[in-house]
Design a binder for this molecule. Structure first.
Ligand SMILES: NC(=O)c1ccc[n+]([C@@H]2O[C@H](COP(=O)([O-])OP(=O)(O)OC[C@H]3O[C@@H](n4cnc5c(N)ncnc54)[C@H](OP(=O)(O)O)[C@@H]3O)[C@@H](O)[C@H]2O)c1
Length: 317
């Protein structure tokens, strides 16, 4: 397990699941109110070695118009990089989420501190790929998109040539592909085997570990970065928080600097050696602050990951 209590640690090699994983620990981006004794955990994007903080945000609930709701989303977007985070995941399919993010980020003026990831449409005509892609630039009010992903494996053949063209032109920095359902894994895996994606985005949590069988090992062997969606089991009823209501964290969780259930769930996910970052959805600064703490301090090693899994299925206390 990695450990650090000082501001001088910049990089550390830890042993996870029998695989040597390099985890960068930096102390940038600290803001008032953040525990400065715990260094930020970053992981490298395999195709470029650029490092990303291991916890970002998902924004499928950012398509709002009520001024109070927009202001709340704006607070989250402002606070994220102040806490050391950078990855913001959105999609053309999330209502007006892209436009809300574009407008708020322009107003806040923190575009350069964010890693903006979006997605091509989930349905409809994508034959005019250039036009489809251009919508995201316009909505996000940016001349560079950090990561553009093919949403739910939809329209790979129509979209990928144009995405790779835009990457070559330097307007899109990374290209990826996503799913969040098991029955799309066969198509996802086929596309990953065939095409040079920088990233794959997939569902994974302590309760939903099907990605471990093929998707995560394939991503590691192909040198693809991995973003994890729905790390809490989604925003509808039945998510992981409902399952731990009234339950105390196991005492040993403190050995990985875990102080809440959200951090327990996130540290489990981002300590998988193939995972680059998780994108928990949140619309509240209080939840953001909790989640960003999962990007600091020690990560569970292979033994603690096993203990977390056993605990989750009731085999441990
Ligand atoms: N196919 C795809 O490509 C795909 C599919 C699904 C999702 N995604 C991406 O993945 C992101 C994450 O998925 P998701 O948002 O659906 O589900 P999620 O991250 O598993 O869970 C989000 C839910 O957890 C709550 N929450 C967040 N932080 C919390 C905390 N610290 N304590 C208690 N509750 C907390 C949120 O409530 P509050 O809003 O109140 O904070 C929300 O109800 C999406 O936003 C989207 O960007 C991609």
């Amino acid at each position: 397990m990695s450990a650090s209590d000082g501001s001088t640690v910049s990089r550390r090699v830890i042993l996870q699941s029998g695989v040597l994983a390099t985890v960068g620990l930096t102390v940038g981006g600290l803001a008032l109110g953040q525990d400065k004794s715990l260094p930020l955990i970053t992981k490298a994007i395999p195709s470029s070695k650029e490092r990303l903080p291991v916890v970002g945000i998902g924004t499928n609930a950012f398509g709002v118009s009520d001024p109070a709701e927009v202001a709340a989303r704006r607070d989250v977007l402002k606070r994220l990089p102040e806490l050391g985070g950078s990855v913001v995941d959105t999609a053309q399919a999330y209502g007006t989420s892209e436009s809300v993010i574009g407008a708020q980020v322009a107003e806040i003026g923190n575009r350069s501190k964010l890693f903006l990831a979006t997605k091509t449409p989930l349905a409809g005509d994508v034959a005019n790929a250039e036009e489809v892609i251009e919508r995201s630039f316009k909505n996000l009010r940016t001349d560079k998109i950090d990561l553009m992903q093919i949403h739910n494996v939809y329209g790979v053949d129509a979209l990928l040539p144009a995405l790779l063209e835009q990457k070559k032109a330097g307007r899109i920095r990374y290209v990826g592909i996503t799913t969040s359902v098991d029955n799309q894994y066969p198509q996802l895996v086929e596309a990953m085997k065939k095409h040079p994606f920088d990233f794959v985005q997939v569902d994974y949590s302590i309760e939903n570990r099907s990605a471990e069988a093929e998707v995560l090992p394939l991503a590691a062997s192909k040198g693809m970065g991995v973003l994890i969606n729905v790390p809490f089991g989604g925003r509808r009823g039945g998510n992981l928080f409902g399952k731990v209501k009234g339950r105390e964290l196991p005492k040993w969780a403190a050995e990985a600097d875990i102080t809440s259930w959200a951090q327990f769930f996130l540290k489990y996910v981002v300590s998988h050696p193939a995972v680059t970052a998780a994108i928990p959805g949140t619309t509240k600064v209080s939840h953001l602050e909790d989640n960003q703490r999962a990007a600091r301090g020690r990560l569970p090693d292979a033994a603690m990951r096993k203990r977390m899994e056993d605990f989750w299925v009731g085999n441990a206390t």
